[in-house]
Write a protein that binds this ligand. Structure first.
Ligand SMILES: *Cc1c(COP(=O)(O)O)cnc(C)c1O
Length: 348
């Protein structure tokens, strides 16, 4: 049975928008663009021209980065758009539901509610280091469950989900629902991506982003990695020209081999700083618990989080209020050594 039997029938039947043809070798008198660049335009291709409707060079470059085939990857405007595309492609408004495992990234529930999909919550087990409750997730799924969202390493808790529990869930939900695993922080963990299991599990979707480890949050580039059937389906839902030309050029520059070497060194530096920051925070007064983290942030429980937020602000630092996780919780991103020192000093 095709995985598309889980998708919205009207999207499966949808005919893709027919965009102006793309042939960079010819002069373009077919898209009603201005034939001249703006005076200030420093781009390679010219911002007077529409970008490639579905940027294949970008998809190929990202596929090489993530070790998958280009037909398994759909680039979008950040993982936020990948999440939205999944919801719009697979969930019938007022009928279908998704399962999330809080505390986790807020966009899964927001995108579901925008699409009119119900949100079922199966909390991670805090007492077991925010482990996945595989049996409870399986039990929460019914015939109208379309997507289970997992985040590994998880935001805001910082732990990775046990690969064995993800495999168990993939087995239990084969043919029943998509399992979307958001790997936004995996570069900081050193763990292996689940993309190696795509052939075995056609209902697996992996989300990657350039926003965290690659320092391109402002460019907005995420990758939805899945079976070619899913990629083709969602390629009809994403608007043509959705990735701006400046973003395409920024990515191709940033992913040049010499840049990648620098990027890996920076990730290693953030990982070292994370451990230094953890030790500094753990030694401060008023700290109840620093949760283990394999990401580029720490979830910390403080006796008086309101005082810590205010002290950080006085030190000109923003940290994240996470009192929805527990009354004590704040999330702190790993910064430069100087910023981390300033944060530690603000605690004393
Ligand atoms: C930051 C983050 C993302 C990245 O979203 P983009 O839209 O790609 O910037 C995705 N998932 C999680 C869990 C995040 O924390």
């Amino acid at each position: 049975m095709s995985i598309l039997s889980l998708a919205r029938p009207e999207i499966v039947a949808l005919k893709a928008y027919s965009h102006a043809s793309w042939d960079p070798a010819l002069d373009r008198l077919h898209a009603n663009e201005l034939p001249w660049r703006a005076e200030t335009d420093r781009s390679l291709a010219g911002l007077n021209r529409y970008p490639e409707p579905h940027p294949h060079v970008l998809a190929e470059r990202l596929a090489a980065l993530y070790g998958v085939r280009a037909d398994q990857l759909l680039p979008g405007r950040g993982s936020d758009e990948s999440i939205d595309l999944l919801l719009r492609g697979f969930c019938r408004a007022g009928v279908d539901n998704v399962v999330i495992c809080p505390p986790t990234f807020g966009m899964y529930a927001v995108a579901a509610r925008i699409q009119g999909a119900a949100v079922r919550e199966v909390p991670l087990k805090a007492e077991q280091g925010f482990a996945l409750d595989t049996d409870a997730v399986t039990a929460a799924c019914d015939a109208n469950t379309r997507i289970v969202f997992l985040c590994s390493p998880n935001n805001p808790t910082g732990n990775a989900i046990e690969p064995a529990s993800i495999t168990k869930l993939l087995k239990a939900l084969a043919g029943r629902a998509l399992v979307a695993v958001d790997e936004a922080y995996i570069e900081f963990s050193g763990d292996t991506s689940l993309t190696g299991q795509l052939e075995q599990y056609p209902h697996l979707v992996v989300l990657r982003t350039l926003s965290k480890a690659y320092g391109l949050a402002g460019a907005r580039v995420g990758s939805l990695i899945a079976s070619p059937e899913i990629v083709q389906l969602l390629g009809k839902v994403i608007p043509p020209y959705s990735i701006p030309q400046l973003t395409i050029e920024a990515v191709l520059h940033t992913l040049a081999p010499v840049q990648l070497t620098i990027q890996r060194e920076r990730v290693a530096q953030i990982v070292a700083e994370r451990e230094r920051l953890r030790a500094g925070i753990a030694a401060a007064k008023g700290v109840r618990r620093v949760w283990p983290s394999v990401a580029n942030f720490l979830l910390v429980d403080f006796e008086a989080p309101d005082r810590v937020l205010a002290a950080a602000r006085d030190a000109k630092l923003l940290i994240r209020d996470m009192r929805n996780v527990s009354p004590y919780s704040l999330r702190i991103s790993v910064g430069t050594p100087e910023q981390n020192d300033r944060l530690i000093r603000s605690l004393s």
